[in-house]
Design a protein around this ligand. Structure first.
Ligand SMILES: Nc1nc2c(c(=O)[nH]1)N[C@H]1C(S)=C(S)[C@@H](COP(=O)(O)O)O[C@H]1N2
Ligand SMILES: [Mo]
Length: 437
């Protein structure tokens, strides 16, 4: 054991990324990853490092042991800032809640979710997008063609991974153990998918889209797609879906799909194909990689935690559910002595639906007060809420946030368990310490 060489995280993840992820970060309750590297995870990490970590319980959550990090170039995520890397093969990184405070998410703070290997060539030069299948006139368009033939628009759009919040489910689900930060609301510039599909002429036989990207499968097999998902044609024709070539006024980041991607707000992030090369309009439901059950699917009815659900009983996820997060203060904040109130801020969103209210509690849900909503930037943007929270005495407080959408659906205290750990929209809770005056 003592002679064991330090392996890079890349190697650690190579065989089974999900297992390595669980070993490294453990599986612990929502919003709190302290105490990772426990049990078998700790032993495995010790073996990996060639030594145990005596003070492991004091390691900040999400910290990558420097001995591992130093061996791994992949962890320098160029152009990203403060993200917690969950996995380096493929690269997956989320943003801590307090770094998502901006109304418009800076590119450096936008999460990264990759299923395969980022393409070597992410240059706009010569990039082509094909639109084919159930269309009157198949198209092959360069990025210049998109810019010159269609209206260019810019919207703030929420993009959330279907698995955001997975770490909060028990029993745990395999996959990236996202806590809260696989969500972003950047400004995206591009052309409307609808306009491009209409130029191609959608045939009455069209029922679904199939999306293709230039990234490669983890196995290296060129015939396999890392991810190829799609959506019903009705959703595809929503005017807020973009074929985007800019994020926050700049060329796309290579990890976020440069030079061209889809942004399909309100639906699982997996619909928003990065490194976009082809949209195949289909006469049936698309059957690309990760369209199959149980990927991006949930049981059609509520199931008890841990249930083994038959494949036939899954349905593909459409709109994401109502959700909110508190982005200021950071959880764990201690007020100044004598300070009796606090300015609170965060964001709320609800897939295809609008947000009607966000309520705040400082007494474990016994009473609620309504937060102020800032004006909505555009449909499918998240909405920012603000509130002043006061504290009657010193002590330990939790602040809970609960958003309600225009259908009257509010966030639950605990989201329904499902085998793959999707759609966790449980209320966000933060801790605040109020000291004696
Ligand atoms: N080509 C391609 N597109 C992709 C993916 C991918 O692995 N390959 N991941 C999808 C998933 S699961 C999500 S959540 C979003 C994440 O977008 P981001 O990395 O820009 O945050 O991209 C989607 N588009
Ligand atoms: Mo995702």
């Amino acid at each position: 054991m003592a002679s064991k060489k330090i392996r890079s995280l890349r190697e650690l993840y190579q065989d089974d990324p999900q297992r390595a992820d669980a070993l490294l970060f453990g599986r612990v309750p929502h919003g709190d990853r302290r105490g990772f590297l426990r049990g078998a995870g700790l032993a495995a990490m010790g073996a990996t490092l060639g030594a145990a970590i005596p003070f492991h319980r004091f390691m900040p959550s999400g910290l990558i042991p420097v001995a591992l990090a130093e061996t791994t170039e992949e962890f320098v995520l160029e152009g990203k800032d403060g993200l917690i890397v969950l996995n380096d093969r493929p690269i997956n990184a989320e943003t801590p809640a307090h770094l998502l405070d901006d109304d418009v998410t800076p590119t450096a703070r936008h999460f990264v979710r990759n299923n395969g290997i980022v393409p070597d060539n992410t240059s706009a030069e010569g990039w082509k997008l094909v639109i084919d299948g159930e269309v009157e006139r198949p198209l092959e368009l360069t990025i210049e063609d998109l810019k010159s033939q269609f209206e260019v628009v810019e919207y703030a759009l929420q993009l959330e991974c279907g698995g955001n919040g997975r770490a909060g489910f028990n029993p745990p689900a395999k996959g990236n153990q996202w806590t809260l930060g696989a969500i972003g609301n950047s400004k995206w510039t591009g052309v409307r998918l609808k306009d491009v599909l209409e130029k191609a002429g959608v045939k009455p036989s069209a029922v679904y889209t199939g999306h293709f990207g230039a990234d490669t499968h983890l196995s290296g097999d060129p015939d396999k797609q890392a991810l190829s998902r799609g959506m019903p044609i009705e959703k595809a024709l929503d005017p807020y879906n973009l074929i985007a070539f800019q994020q926050n006024g700049q060329d796309l980041h290579p990890l976020n799909g440069a030079p061209l991607r889809l942004v399909v707000p309100g639906w699982p992030g997996s619909c928003s194909q990065k490194w976009l090369t082809r949209i195949w309009v289909r006469d049936r439901k698309h059957d690309g990689s990760k369209m199959e059950v149980p990927s991006y699917s949930v049981p059609a009815y509520p199931v008890a935690p841990g249930t083994d659900v038959p494949e036939a009983d899954f349905v593909t996820i459409h709109s994401m559910p109502v959700k909110s997060m508190i982005t200021s203060p950071q959880s764990g904040e201690t007020l100044e002595p004598g300070q009796k109130s606090l300015a609170l801020r965060g964001h709320a969103w609800a897939g295809d639906a609008g947000i009607t209210k966000v309520e705040i509690s400082n007494d474990f849900g016994a009473t609620w007060s309504e937060a102020t909503l800032k004006p909505l930037m555009n449909p499918y943007s998240w909405v920012t809420f603000e509130s002043e929270v006061s504290f009657p005495t010193h002590g330990y407080y939790e602040i809970w946030a609960r958003a309600t959408d225009e259908n009257g659906i509010a966030q639950p205290f605990a989201a329904p368990w499902n085998p793959k750990g999707y759609l966790n929209n449980a209320m966000h809770r933060i801790a605040v310490m109020v000291p004696r005056a």
